[in-house]
Design a binder for this molecule. Structure first.
Ligand code: UGA
Length: 436
């Protein structure tokens, strides 16, 4: 099937490469000429496991092309909208200017019978607002939200745990759903449920899913606050809760909380849209979810300050991690980097290391010290704080090896990912977040 993907960021580039890998003929469109040139050379413009292999295969096969010209999307049967919807400056709502610009650019190239499939995360009601503009070309607009996780994006795109398509209640809507069923045939054959809904429900599914995940993380972090006050251990609590199959252990990882380009801005946009709909009260708890999450960063900084006797000025702190999570170079709203920046603000001599995100971190925060190699960051540190649970820190770093490098055996485990007993046994002063 001929397809276009408008917007080649974390979502669109992966979607384009994944669709080509299952046999479709795909053109990716982006306004950023540098990004388009890299993609066309089979080079991933960001770190994402397996993406580069897929790009190279797709480009070599001729089934995957990239362009800066939206006109090159003409002739595709499906046009996926995959542009970003960041938080508006000075507010909580989603900024839809890239979605509107993408639709405006696409309109002159649409033909009757084409399908425009929105994948971007948008406030409910966006599809209804865009529909008249697209309908006048004879094309149909559907909403097909994306649930991929960074770091697992290729897997999640090729083998999603569900596919959701919101359609207008017309025969064109039914035809569009059938076309998307064909587009995703391999995943459906492998067992992925294909759910057809109305447009508003499809938009809501995405916002609700991220709101639920954020709530689950903040729930366990709220329990971490209680555990800390009560002298309990939140990781054991999470294990015990997780065995209840109604609850489950996933997304009960406590620590410095969630960040990234999605969960933080999505819960704010969701609440802002609910306010517009006159139902702000229904999701008032999302403000708490956000508040609990942001308190975690303060707490991690406080733990480092306390561990160093109340003053970090001039003390060397090794910060292990900059990305908002492992297997990513994404530093958007990264709690890890936020902790580093705050410690630097208190006068600490901060040295940040990360296997993938250092270049992005240095560009955004040149005031911090950086060490490409983990051991260089650890050398002579008065305290160590682990803020992104990369295997290099969580599994491969032993307390003995780290102890041979640092000046002081003090570690703050911002992801509750280390074996506290093993670190203490090796002479470290270990501080978890909500752990005894
Ligand atoms: C999230 C959702 O998981 C995806 O389903 C969704 O498609 C995506 O947002 C999006 O809207 O595009 P992602 O932002 O890639 O995906 O990251 P997650 O793996 O969900 O992690 C988000 C943050 O929560 C990270 O900072 C992570 O460290 C943190 N987290 C996650 C925890 O603090 N504890 C946990 O138990 C799990």
């Amino acid at each position: 099937m001929r397809m276009s993907v408008i917007g080649c960021g974390y979502l669109g580039a992966v979607h384009a490469a994944a669709m080509a890998s299952i046999g479709h003929d795909v053109i990716g469109i982006d306004v950023d000429a540098g990004k388009v040139a890299a993609l066309a050379d089979g080079v991933a413009p960001f770190f994402e496991p397996q993406l580069e292999e897929l790009l190279q295969e797709g480009v070599a096969s001729g089934r995957l092309r990239f362009s800066t010209e939206t006109a090159d999307a003409a002739g595709a049967a499906v046009h996926f909208l995959a542009v970003g919807t960041p938080q508006v400056a000075g507010g909580h709502a989603a900024d839809l200017r890239f979605v509107d610009a993408a639709v405006d650019a696409l309109l002159p190239h649409l033909r009757a019978g084409d399908v425009v499939a929105g994948k971007s995360t948008v406030p409910v009601g966006t599809a209804a607002r865009l529909t008249p503009r697209i309908a006048q070309t004879g094309a149909a607009l559907v909403w097909n939200p994306e649930f991929l996780r960074e770091g697992w994006a290729v897997h999640d795109t090729i083998m999603p745990d569900r596919l959701v398509v919101g359609i207008p209640q017309t025969s064109a809507g039914e035809e569009a759903a059938a076309l998307l069923r064909d587009a995703y045939a391999p995943a459906i054959e492998a067992g992925a449920p294909f759910l057809v809904t109305d447009l508003a429900t499809a938009e809501l599914v995405k916002g609700a899913a991220n709101a639920f995940l954020a709530t689950k993380i903040s729930f366990i972090n709220a329990m971490a606050e209680i555990a800390e006050a009560a002298g309990a251990d939140v990781t054991l609590l999470a294990d015990a809760l997780g065995h209840d199959t109604r609850i489950g252990r996933r997304y009960l990882g406590s620590g410095i909380g969630f960040g990234g380009g999605c969960l933080p801005k999505d819960i704010r946009a969701f609440a802002a849209r609910a306010e517009e709909l006159g139902r702000g009260e229904a999701v008032g708890f999302l403000r708490e979810v956000d508040g609990i999450n942001l308190r975690r960063r303060d707490r991690a900084v406080q733990l480092v300050v306390d561990a160093l006797g109340g003053l970090v000025f001039g003390r060397r702190v090794a910060v292990l991690g900059a990305a908002f999570k492992p297997f990513s170079d994404d530093i958007r709203d990264s709690p890890a980097l936020d902790v580093a920046v705050r410690l630097r603000g208190l006068g600490a001599d901060v040295v940040v290391t990360d296997p993938a995100a250092l270049e992005n971190a240095a560009a955004a925060h040149p005031q911090l010290g950086y060490a490409p190699h983990r051991d260089d960051a650890l050398r002579d540190a008065d305290a160590v704080v682990i803020v992104t649970e990369w295997d290099q820190y969580r599994r491969e770093l032993t307390p003995q090896h780290a102890g041979s490098l640092v000046a002081g055996r003090v570690i703050v485990d911002g992801r509750n990912c280390l074996d506290a007993a093993a670190w203490r046994a090796a002479g470290w002063q270990y501080h978890g977040m909500g752990r005894r």
